[in-house]
Design a binder for this molecule. Structure first.
Ligand SMILES: [Zn+2]
Ligand SMILES: [Zn+2]
Length: 1006
């Protein structure tokens, strides 16, 4: 323990200190600064420059704080967050470890020393009234001012380049020492550095942090003596306060210093922990820029998530130790408890295992990536099944649909890492067979479907393939797509939960294809979706559960979850009608209304339906499926209709049709439901909804159920059979009439052509919130880069489409990546399954996202045009306010301002980055600029509110179209569109008339 009466020299952690400032040694903080400047003597320095080039391989200790000359106690205070990490001390946050490809340049220039006059009594007279309760232990009696810089230069691991870079760096040191001119760094040198190194600067001078080029550092330092005002404190000389104010001796020491051995123990422990974290982060970040994120995004994000978790454990340890050290300093605890924390074997093992598993898994992923590259070389496509929305409960048929096995020449090898490892022999054989097959049939496609990252329990390595069709009949995908608008009849099917939509869809398809029950029985019925249901037969009403299609019950709506619709997303079913025109019919199944979970669930379902419709090109019919003879009509029916027509315009009223199931009992009429519907329709303000024999169709699904039951070998008597035959005929003819009506009597309702409605505008604007805000943020970044003369680079947005249902969690801490000089928060997409997310945050904290945003540094680009960027920002900010005003006053989103919420979210995110990652000068500036934007936005909003003028819908559409075309906006909007399209595709099922056979060509399946 050192005597408190010794004077000490101290690196200036807090650069706000001045002569006469009071200092608390234990917390390394300035507790009071004199209100007026003290008298001082200035001493010039003999040998003012110190400069060193340090090879990272020599810097084993990773103790960067010791490197900049901080004393033990100060280092501990920094590590334990007793003092904020500023300027030079923020070097402890350098994200990566120092290794053999790291160089450090330490430069220190002392311009002058300043000290208090020797006469202490005279000084005392000057500064009266010291507060004795500040906890001060020392007074700054002299200090040095100048420039302190550490450059951390990370090289690419290429020994040839390392030698060249080292040469430039040695030159740089000579310039800094003053023996060479700054011009000694040529533009070749500069290019070499730009391309092969990344430089991070830590300094007590704010100008220097954020600079990325060696030449700029050298030039700044060369001009250092132009003004003596710029220099900041480098080191303080502290003298015990009792020497000036003896009365302090009586108040006693405020703190008990922690023993040096204990200090060192804690430091060693934390540095080691930190080093592991940094090494892990370095591997993760370098892999991210490589290929890992192409095919193996999900498992890779999982690793990043685990790294964040590990870092939280570290922060937790820091907090524990901080509290403990604080207790020791106040005499409330002793040093023995330090060992309890840092030598806790149990926690240590957990921690080590976590680290090891991340390292191992990363290693495995790299192997896997290599393995995938080999597969691709052998003409396989790689599918990560997890991305195709395959669920644990999916049937084989559904999986085939989701993997899009429409291509008749496809061979899909399904397996997991685990299966491949345990049965390498089988994998090799199947793999070999496929490669052979492909060699003989070059037109075939090979796919490897990787089930390793999805919840579906694949039991064995298998090959799926579709039955080969003769060349002529093979449908090209392009044709399928282009025909979708003209040849495909799209029917949107809406119905109350429990009305039997699934059964109806299957039945309807079969009624269209088979005119009679006999025909259906002797052919193969079409299975649009597997269903199972209960059927009663005979005089004793025996109950039977019958299955239709490849169903394992669990996903069944009509049977196992009566009243609680499992269908939570719109799904579409397409099949070829059996008519001469060879047209296709697409039935869009929607979440049922009247959900037992209540009105809120209904509203959420409707919201989803509207979003889905919004992405369609057209609709031929909007079909309400109802039951005849209802005593009452579900309240949601009215609400669904009204909401639907807030999106669609009145032209679509003519496309409404009504279908009734189980209408045999009412002799194929709507029965008592008809007057109820008429009452509801006449009360609506949306316009005249037709309801007459023409657009009302009555079916009976019973004859279809009968068909299924027969196939399940259930016996019926002849009377029953006759009745069902009649019923089939009626339903089949109603089906034909329905299609004829759609074809001849109503016109196709186009959605993609200039649909303008309040709801549509609302969706479009909501879809633009994230793109606009990201454009604002990135424009601000580029302005900041541009204001740094030294930086000749800008950031570009690189949106990446997500093709499976993903959300962004508002509460989870994002993973941070250093892009150029900016820390960028990277969203790790979360997938919500069964209303639950692995992050444990509530589902309503999650918002759907359709693209990930990557950021690219574009170096040596043409200089950003400040004026045009500023102009863009002004226009975007105004547009946000206008959109928000519109949403508030013209739609049902009155209380929610997505732009304001989004801006605050950005500020929170950036503030978090500033608090946790260094260097953060540019991010700090970004926070300030975002706050300015927010003020600007508030100003516009208030102004619009005051004026109270409402924009017309046409004006809003004009604005939407203008904003869409702004730079950076288009790419993001395209990504959203594509993401939505891919998502729809996931829930699209196309069934060919001849049911496909899935051939296992491996030959060993029995
Ligand atoms: Zn979360
Ligand atoms: Zn989550």
């Amino acid at each position: 323990m050192h005597s408190p009466l010794h004077s000490i020299e101290h690196v200036a952690i807090d650069s706000s200190g001045d002569l006469g400032s009071l200092y608390n040694e234990y917390f390394d903080s300035i507790v009071q600064t004199p209100s007026r400047s003290s008298p001082r003597e200035t001493i010039q320095i003999e040998d003012p420059v110190k400069c060193d080039l340090i090879d990272g391989s020599r810097e084993k200790s990773q103790n960067l704080l010791a490197l900049i000359g901080m004393r033990e106690n100060a280092r501990l205070n920094t590590l334990l967050n007793f003092v904020p990490r500023n300027r030079l001390t923020s070097i402890i946050n350098h994200p990566y470890p120092i290794d053999k490809y790291t160089r450090l340049i330490y430069y220190c220039y002392t311009n002058r020393n300043e000290k208090l006059p020797r006469d202490a009594a005279a000084f005392r007279k000057l500064s009266q009234q010291k507060d004795r309760h500040t906890g001060a232990t020392h007074i700054i009696t002299s200090f040095s001012l100048g420039i302190g810089v550490i450059l951390i230069i990370q090289l690419l691991p290429n020994d040839q380049i390392v030698a060249q870079v080292d040469k430039v760096l040695r030159k740089c040191v000579r310039i800094l020492k003053g023996t060479h001119k700054p011009t000694a760094i040529t533009s070749n040198d500069e290019n070499l550095m730009q391309q092969n190194t990344s430089i991070v600067v830590y300094s007590n001078m704010s100008y220097l942090t954020g600079v990325t080029s060696l030449r700029d550092v050298c030039q700044f330092i060369n001009r250092r003596d132009e003004s003596t005002e710029i220099f900041r404190p480098l080191a303080y000389n502290l003298n015990p306060i009792q020497l000036f104010y003896p009365e302090y001796a009586q108040t006693g020491l405020p703190c008990i210093p922690v023993e040096s051995s204990c200090n060192r123990k804690i430091e060693e422990y934390l540095l080691q922990y930190l080093d592991t974290l940094k090494r892990l982060k370095q591997s993760l970040d370098s892999k991210e820029t490589q290929v890992l994120s192409v095919n193996l995004e999900e498992p890779f994000y999982e690793l990043q998530r685990r790294w964040l978790n590990l870092k939280n454990l570290y922060e937790h340890d820091v907090q524990l130790l901080k509290d403990l050290v604080n207790d020791i300093r106040h005499g409330r605890s002793d040093t023995s408890r330090v060992d309890e924390i840092i030598s806790n074997k149990k926690i240590q093992t957990i921690y080590d295992n976590k680290v090891k598993s991340i390292v191992d898994d990363l290693h495995n992923l790299e192997h896997k990536q290599q393995w995938i590259a080999d597969l691709i070389k052998r003409k396989f496509q790689y599918y990560n099944v997890g991305k195709f929305g395959v669920l644990q409960t999916d049937s084989e048929l559904t999986i085939k649909e989701k993997l899009n096995l429409n291509d008749s020449y496809n061979r899909i090898l399904c397996s997991t890492d685990h299966l491949n490892k345990n049965n390498a022999e089988k994998f090799n054989r199947l793999h070999h067979d496929l490669v052979e097959h492909n060699r003989k049939n070059p037109a075939s496609h090979l796919t490897y479907a990787d089930f390793s990252y999805c919840s579906f329990p694949l039991k064995d390595i298998t090959i799926l393939s579709s039955q080969d069709q003769p060349e002529g009949q093979k449908e090209s995908k392009e044709r399928g797509n282009s025909s979708s608008t003209c040849d495909t009849i799209d029917i949107l099917l809406l119905g109350e939960t429990g009305v039997g939509k699934s059964t109806f869809i299957n039945a309807f398809a079969n009624y269209l294809i088979f005119e009679t029950l006999d025909e259906a029985e002797t052919s193969q019925p079409v299975v649009l979706m597997p269903v199972s249901f209960m059927i009663t037969t005979g005089d004793h009403f025996e109950e039977h559960i019958v299955k239709f299609g490849d169903s394992d019950d669990s996903s069944n709506e009509d049977f196992s979850h009566a009243g609680q619709s499992v269908t939570q997303r719109c799904k579409s079913y397409t099949f070829q009608m059996g008519d001469t025109h060879q047209r296709k019919l697409r039935i869009i199944d929607t979440p049922g209304f009247g959900d037992t979970r209540g009105i809120e669930q209904d509203d959420m379902n409707m919201q989803h339906i509207l979003e889905y419709i919004n992405n369609l090109t057209h609709l031929n019919a909007i079909c309400f499926l109802l039951k005849p003879n209802s005593a009452r009509l579900h309240i949601s029916f009215q609400s669904y209709l009204t909401q639907l027509f807030s999106l669609l315009d009145p032209n679509a009223l003519n496309n409404i049709i009504f279908c009734f199931t189980s209408a045999r009992s009412t002799f194929y009429t709507p029965g008592d439901t008809a007057p109820l519907i008429k009452t509801v329709l006449s009360s609506l303000s949306i316009g005249n909804v037709p309801f007459s024999k023409k657009n009302v169709f009555c079916f009976d699904s019973e004859s279809f159920r009968y068909l299924v039951a027969r196939q399940n070998k259930i016996r019926f008597d002849n009377n029953e059979k006759e009745e069902y035959e009649m019923s089939w005929k009626t339903s089949a003819s109603e089906s034909k009439r329905l299609i004829e009506y759609i074809r001849k009597d109503i016109t196709v309702y186009r959605i993609d052509n200039n649909l303008q409605s309040l709801k549509h505008a609302q969706f479009t604007i909501l879809g633009m919130v994230r793109p606009i805000l990201e454009t604002i943020r990135n424009s601000l970044r580029n302005l900041i880069l541009c204001s740094k003369d030294s930086v000749n680079a800008r950031l570009e947005l690189d949106p990446k489409v997500i093709s499976h249902p993903s959300t962004n969690c508002m509460l989870c801490v994002p993973y941070a990546c250093l892009v150029g000089q900016f820390w960028v928060a990277k969203t790790i997409p979360h997938e919500i399954q069964n209303n639950h997310c692995i992050c444990e945050c509530s589902p309503d904290q999650h918002t759907p996202i359709h693209y990930m945003l990557n950021h690219k540094v574009v170096k040596n680009s043409s200089k950003t045009d400040r004026d045009s960027v500023n102009h863009l920002l002004v226009r975007l900010c105004r547009a946000c306010a206008q959109f928000s005003h519109f949403l508030r006053h013209s739609t049902d989103l009155s209380s929610h301002d997505p732009f304001f919420v989004g801006l605050i979210q950005l500020i929170t995110e950036e503030t978090h980055l500033c608090n946790n990652y260094k260097p953060n000068d540019l991010n700090t500036k970004l926070v300030a600029d975002l706050r300015m934007q927010q003020k600007e936005y508030d100003k516009h909003s208030d102004e619009m509110e005051r004026k109270g003028t409402q924009k017309s819908l046409a004006d809003i559409y004009d604005l939407i179209n203008t904003v869409r075309e702004y730079p950076m906006m288009r790419e993001q909007l395209v990504a959203i569109n594509e993401g939505q399209r891919k998502l729809m595709k996931l829930y699209e099922c196309e069934v060919s008339r001849t049911p496909r056979k899935y051939v296992d060509i491996s030959g060993d399946s029995s």
